[in-house]
Design a protein around this ligand. Structure first.
Ligand code: NAD
Length: 247
Protein backbone atom coordinates (compact mmCIF):
# COMPACT_ATOMS: atom_id res chain seq x y z
CA UNK A 1 0.00 0.00 0.00
CA UNK A 2 2.91 2.33 0.70
CA UNK A 3 4.15 1.91 -2.85
CA UNK A 4 0.74 2.19 -4.52
CA UNK A 5 -0.29 5.47 -6.15
CA UNK A 6 -3.55 4.39 -7.81
CA UNK A 7 -5.42 2.15 -5.38
CA UNK A 8 -8.86 0.82 -6.35
CA UNK A 9 -11.12 -0.61 -3.63
CA UNK A 10 -13.96 -3.06 -4.19
CA UNK A 11 -16.29 -2.91 -1.20
CA UNK A 12 -19.14 -5.23 -0.24
CA UNK A 13 -21.75 -5.48 2.50
CA UNK A 14 -18.99 -6.35 5.04
CA UNK A 15 -17.62 -2.80 5.07
CA UNK A 16 -20.96 -1.53 6.42
CA UNK A 17 -21.66 -4.14 9.13
CA UNK A 18 -19.69 -2.01 11.63
CA UNK A 19 -22.15 0.78 10.77
CA UNK A 20 -25.03 -1.46 11.86
CA UNK A 21 -26.23 -2.63 8.42
CA UNK A 22 -26.20 -6.45 8.35
CA UNK A 23 -24.53 -8.19 5.41
CA UNK A 24 -26.08 -10.86 3.22
CA UNK A 25 -25.04 -14.00 5.10
CA UNK A 26 -24.23 -13.17 8.71
CA UNK A 27 -26.78 -13.79 11.50
CA UNK A 28 -29.32 -10.97 11.77
CA UNK A 29 -29.54 -10.38 8.04
CA UNK A 30 -33.01 -9.52 6.85
CA UNK A 31 -32.32 -11.56 3.72
CA UNK A 32 -31.71 -14.75 5.73
CA UNK A 33 -35.16 -14.57 7.25
CA UNK A 34 -36.72 -13.39 4.01
CA UNK A 35 -35.02 -14.32 0.70
CA UNK A 36 -34.83 -11.32 -1.66
CA UNK A 37 -37.56 -10.75 -4.23
CA UNK A 38 -36.38 -11.36 -7.81
CA UNK A 39 -36.88 -8.77 -10.55
CA UNK A 40 -39.11 -11.15 -12.50
CA UNK A 41 -41.41 -11.66 -9.49
CA UNK A 42 -41.41 -7.93 -8.68
CA UNK A 43 -42.65 -7.09 -12.17
CA UNK A 44 -45.21 -9.88 -12.41
CA UNK A 45 -46.61 -10.49 -8.89
CA UNK A 46 -48.39 -8.01 -6.59
CA UNK A 47 -47.60 -10.18 -3.56
CA UNK A 48 -43.86 -10.08 -4.39
CA UNK A 49 -44.00 -6.26 -4.51
CA UNK A 50 -45.74 -6.20 -1.15
CA UNK A 51 -43.06 -8.47 0.30
CA UNK A 52 -40.40 -6.17 -1.19
CA UNK A 53 -41.90 -3.09 0.51
CA UNK A 54 -42.37 -4.98 3.77
CA UNK A 55 -38.66 -5.95 3.79
CA UNK A 56 -37.65 -2.42 2.81
CA UNK A 57 -39.64 -0.94 5.67
CA UNK A 58 -37.34 -2.83 8.09
CA UNK A 59 -34.20 -2.21 6.05
CA UNK A 60 -34.74 1.50 5.41
CA UNK A 61 -34.66 2.18 9.17
CA UNK A 62 -31.27 0.45 9.44
CA UNK A 63 -29.81 2.15 6.34
CA UNK A 64 -31.26 5.62 7.00
CA UNK A 65 -29.80 5.78 10.51
CA UNK A 66 -26.38 4.38 9.56
CA UNK A 67 -23.21 6.47 9.69
CA UNK A 68 -19.87 5.69 8.02
CA UNK A 69 -17.41 3.72 10.16
CA UNK A 70 -13.60 3.74 10.42
CA UNK A 71 -13.22 1.69 7.21
CA UNK A 72 -15.27 4.16 5.13
CA UNK A 73 -13.29 7.06 6.62
CA UNK A 74 -9.97 5.29 5.87
CA UNK A 75 -10.94 5.08 2.16
CA UNK A 76 -11.93 8.77 2.23
CA UNK A 77 -8.53 9.56 3.73
CA UNK A 78 -6.81 7.54 0.96
CA UNK A 79 -8.59 9.72 -1.61
CA UNK A 80 -7.74 12.91 0.31
CA UNK A 81 -4.00 12.06 0.23
CA UNK A 82 -4.23 11.35 -3.49
CA UNK A 83 -3.68 7.58 -3.42
CA UNK A 84 -7.15 6.30 -4.29
CA UNK A 85 -8.21 6.09 -7.90
CA UNK A 86 -11.72 4.89 -7.23
CA UNK A 87 -14.18 2.79 -5.26
CA UNK A 88 -16.29 0.08 -6.83
CA UNK A 89 -19.03 -0.81 -4.39
CA UNK A 90 -21.65 -3.53 -4.25
CA UNK A 91 -23.42 -1.51 -1.56
CA UNK A 92 -26.39 0.75 -2.07
CA UNK A 93 -26.18 2.50 1.33
CA UNK A 94 -24.36 5.69 0.20
CA UNK A 95 -21.91 5.55 3.14
CA UNK A 96 -18.81 6.14 0.96
CA UNK A 97 -20.29 9.48 -0.14
CA UNK A 98 -21.15 10.30 3.49
CA UNK A 99 -17.55 9.55 4.52
CA UNK A 100 -16.27 12.12 2.01
CA UNK A 101 -15.32 10.18 -1.12
CA UNK A 102 -16.31 12.19 -4.19
CA UNK A 103 -19.34 10.72 -6.02
CA UNK A 104 -17.50 10.78 -9.38
CA UNK A 105 -14.89 8.40 -7.90
CA UNK A 106 -17.53 5.86 -6.83
CA UNK A 107 -19.08 3.17 -9.03
CA UNK A 108 -22.25 1.81 -7.42
CA UNK A 109 -22.54 -1.55 -9.19
CA UNK A 110 -25.85 -2.45 -7.55
CA UNK A 111 -27.37 1.03 -7.60
CA UNK A 112 -28.45 3.22 -4.69
CA UNK A 113 -31.25 2.96 -2.17
CA UNK A 114 -31.23 6.74 -1.78
CA UNK A 115 -33.24 7.18 -4.98
CA UNK A 116 -36.40 5.58 -6.33
CA UNK A 117 -36.68 4.45 -9.97
CA UNK A 118 -39.58 3.54 -12.25
CA UNK A 119 -39.24 0.02 -13.66
CA UNK A 120 -40.92 1.14 -16.91
CA UNK A 121 -39.69 4.64 -17.91
CA UNK A 122 -36.63 4.72 -15.61
CA UNK A 123 -37.55 8.13 -14.11
CA UNK A 124 -35.73 8.80 -10.85
CA UNK A 125 -37.42 10.35 -7.82
CA UNK A 126 -36.85 10.86 -4.11
CA UNK A 127 -36.70 7.61 -2.13
CA UNK A 128 -37.46 9.52 1.03
CA UNK A 129 -40.80 10.69 -0.39
CA UNK A 130 -41.63 7.23 -1.70
CA UNK A 131 -40.75 5.67 1.65
CA UNK A 132 -43.08 8.16 3.36
CA UNK A 133 -45.89 7.08 1.02
CA UNK A 134 -45.20 3.43 1.91
CA UNK A 135 -45.02 4.18 5.62
CA UNK A 136 -48.36 6.00 5.31
CA UNK A 137 -49.93 2.78 4.03
CA UNK A 138 -49.54 2.77 0.20
CA UNK A 139 -48.91 -0.85 -0.81
CA UNK A 140 -48.09 -0.83 -4.53
CA UNK A 141 -46.76 2.60 -5.61
CA UNK A 142 -46.67 3.43 -9.32
CA UNK A 143 -44.95 6.12 -11.40
CA UNK A 144 -47.11 9.27 -11.75
CA UNK A 145 -45.81 9.73 -15.34
CA UNK A 146 -46.23 6.27 -16.90
CA UNK A 147 -47.89 3.99 -14.34
CA UNK A 148 -44.87 1.66 -14.07
CA UNK A 149 -44.05 0.01 -10.74
CA UNK A 150 -41.73 2.02 -8.49
CA UNK A 151 -38.88 0.57 -6.44
CA UNK A 152 -35.55 1.67 -4.98
CA UNK A 153 -32.90 2.37 -7.65
CA UNK A 154 -31.06 -0.84 -6.75
CA UNK A 155 -30.48 -4.03 -8.70
CA UNK A 156 -32.73 -6.94 -7.79
CA UNK A 157 -31.77 -10.57 -8.34
CA UNK A 158 -32.15 -11.36 -12.02
CA UNK A 159 -31.51 -7.74 -13.06
CA UNK A 160 -28.36 -6.88 -14.98
CA UNK A 161 -25.73 -4.47 -13.70
CA UNK A 162 -25.88 -1.44 -16.08
CA UNK A 163 -23.23 -1.81 -18.79
CA UNK A 164 -21.83 1.71 -18.22
CA UNK A 165 -21.17 1.03 -14.52
CA UNK A 166 -19.56 -2.32 -15.32
CA UNK A 167 -17.38 -0.77 -18.03
CA UNK A 168 -16.16 1.91 -15.57
CA UNK A 169 -15.48 -0.76 -12.94
CA UNK A 170 -13.48 -2.84 -15.43
CA UNK A 171 -11.48 0.20 -16.45
CA UNK A 172 -10.66 0.93 -12.80
CA UNK A 173 -9.74 -2.72 -12.16
CA UNK A 174 -7.23 -2.74 -15.00
CA UNK A 175 -5.72 0.74 -14.58
CA UNK A 176 -4.92 0.64 -10.85
CA UNK A 177 -1.62 -0.41 -9.27
CA UNK A 178 -3.25 -2.12 -6.26
CA UNK A 179 -6.65 -3.77 -6.00
CA UNK A 180 -8.09 -3.81 -2.49
CA UNK A 181 -11.12 -5.94 -1.56
CA UNK A 182 -12.91 -4.85 1.64
CA UNK A 183 -15.83 -6.79 3.13
CA UNK A 184 -16.96 -8.79 0.12
CA UNK A 185 -17.52 -12.54 0.04
CA UNK A 186 -16.48 -12.42 -3.66
CA UNK A 187 -19.36 -14.73 -4.45
CA UNK A 188 -21.58 -12.22 -6.24
CA UNK A 189 -21.13 -11.88 -10.02
CA UNK A 190 -20.09 -9.63 -11.78
CA UNK A 191 -18.36 -7.88 -8.82
CA UNK A 192 -16.34 -11.03 -8.09
CA UNK A 193 -14.90 -11.04 -11.62
CA UNK A 194 -13.16 -7.68 -11.02
CA UNK A 195 -10.31 -8.84 -8.73
CA UNK A 196 -9.72 -11.71 -11.18
CA UNK A 197 -9.46 -9.15 -13.97
CA UNK A 198 -6.94 -7.13 -11.94
CA UNK A 199 -4.91 -10.30 -11.25
CA UNK A 200 -4.85 -11.12 -14.97
CA UNK A 201 -3.18 -7.71 -15.47
CA UNK A 202 -0.53 -8.58 -12.82
CA UNK A 203 -1.99 -6.07 -10.37
CA UNK A 204 -1.36 -6.96 -6.70
CA UNK A 205 -4.43 -7.98 -4.68
CA UNK A 206 -5.13 -7.39 -0.96
CA UNK A 207 -8.24 -8.91 0.63
CA UNK A 208 -9.65 -7.71 3.97
CA UNK A 209 -12.66 -9.88 4.83
CA UNK A 210 -13.80 -11.63 8.00
CA UNK A 211 -14.49 -14.93 6.24
CA UNK A 212 -12.32 -16.71 3.63
CA UNK A 213 -13.08 -15.89 -0.02
CA UNK A 214 -12.57 -17.98 -3.19
CA UNK A 215 -9.66 -15.68 -4.17
CA UNK A 216 -7.65 -15.91 -0.92
CA UNK A 217 -5.10 -18.28 -2.48
CA UNK A 218 -4.45 -15.84 -5.34
CA UNK A 219 -4.11 -12.68 -3.23
CA UNK A 220 -0.78 -11.14 -2.20
CA UNK A 221 -2.10 -10.38 1.29
CA UNK A 222 -5.21 -11.71 3.04
CA UNK A 223 -6.52 -10.41 6.36
CA UNK A 224 -9.47 -12.14 8.02
CA UNK A 225 -10.16 -9.17 10.26
CA UNK A 226 -12.73 -6.45 10.81
CA UNK A 227 -12.36 -3.84 8.09
CA UNK A 228 -12.86 -0.87 10.41
CA UNK A 229 -9.99 -1.98 12.62
CA UNK A 230 -7.49 -3.04 9.94
CA UNK A 231 -8.03 -0.45 7.22
CA UNK A 232 -7.86 2.55 9.55
CA UNK A 233 -4.59 1.24 11.03
CA UNK A 234 -3.10 0.56 7.60
CA UNK A 235 -3.95 4.04 6.34
CA UNK A 236 -2.67 5.66 9.57
CA UNK A 237 0.59 3.73 9.15
CA UNK A 238 0.89 4.93 5.53
CA UNK A 239 0.45 8.54 6.72
CA UNK A 240 3.06 8.10 9.46
CA UNK A 241 5.61 6.60 7.07
CA UNK A 242 4.96 9.40 4.59
CA UNK A 243 5.41 12.06 7.26
CA UNK A 244 8.62 10.38 8.49
CA UNK A 245 9.86 10.39 4.87
CA UNK A 246 9.00 14.10 4.53
CA UNK A 247 10.79 14.89 7.78
P1 NAD B 1 -21.89 -10.83 1.47
O1 NAD B 1 -22.94 -10.70 2.52
O2 NAD B 1 -21.95 -11.88 0.47
O3 NAD B 1 -20.46 -10.84 2.12
C1 NAD B 1 -20.06 -9.89 3.00
C2 NAD B 1 -18.71 -10.36 3.53
O4 NAD B 1 -18.26 -9.38 4.46
C3 NAD B 1 -18.78 -11.70 4.25
O5 NAD B 1 -17.87 -12.60 3.63
C4 NAD B 1 -18.35 -11.38 5.70
O6 NAD B 1 -17.44 -12.34 6.21
C5 NAD B 1 -17.63 -10.06 5.52
N1 NAD B 1 -17.72 -9.17 6.67
C6 NAD B 1 -18.78 -8.95 7.49
N2 NAD B 1 -18.46 -8.01 8.40
C7 NAD B 1 -17.18 -7.64 8.16
C8 NAD B 1 -16.29 -6.70 8.75
N3 NAD B 1 -16.64 -5.96 9.81
N4 NAD B 1 -15.05 -6.56 8.23
C9 NAD B 1 -14.66 -7.31 7.16
N5 NAD B 1 -15.46 -8.23 6.57
C10 NAD B 1 -16.71 -8.37 7.04
O7 NAD B 1 -21.92 -9.43 0.85
P2 NAD B 1 -21.61 -9.08 -0.57
O8 NAD B 1 -20.52 -9.97 -1.09
O9 NAD B 1 -21.36 -7.65 -0.53
O10 NAD B 1 -22.97 -9.46 -1.38
C11 NAD B 1 -24.29 -9.25 -0.92
C12 NAD B 1 -25.07 -8.26 -1.79
O11 NAD B 1 -26.18 -7.74 -1.08
C13 NAD B 1 -24.22 -7.06 -2.09
O12 NAD B 1 -23.69 -7.20 -3.35
C14 NAD B 1 -25.13 -5.84 -1.96
O13 NAD B 1 -25.64 -5.49 -3.19
C15 NAD B 1 -26.26 -6.32 -1.12
N6 NAD B 1 -26.16 -5.78 0.25
C16 NAD B 1 -25.84 -4.44 0.44
C17 NAD B 1 -25.75 -3.92 1.73
C18 NAD B 1 -25.38 -2.46 1.92
O14 NAD B 1 -25.60 -1.64 1.03
N7 NAD B 1 -24.80 -2.11 3.08
C19 NAD B 1 -25.99 -4.74 2.83
C20 NAD B 1 -26.35 -6.08 2.59
C21 NAD B 1 -26.42 -6.59 1.29
Amino acid sequence: MQQAERIVALTGAGISTESGIPDFRSPGSIWLEQPPVSYKDFISKAEARQLYWQTRRNLSGQVAGAKPNAAHYALAELERIGRLQGIITQNFDGLHQDAGNRPERIVELHGTSREAACTLCGARSSMQELQQRINAGEIDPVCPQCGGFLKAATILFGQRVPEAALARARELATSCDLFLVVGSSLKVIPAATLPRLALSHDIPLIIINLQPTPLDDYADVVMHEKAGLVLSQLVALMRLTEQAGDG
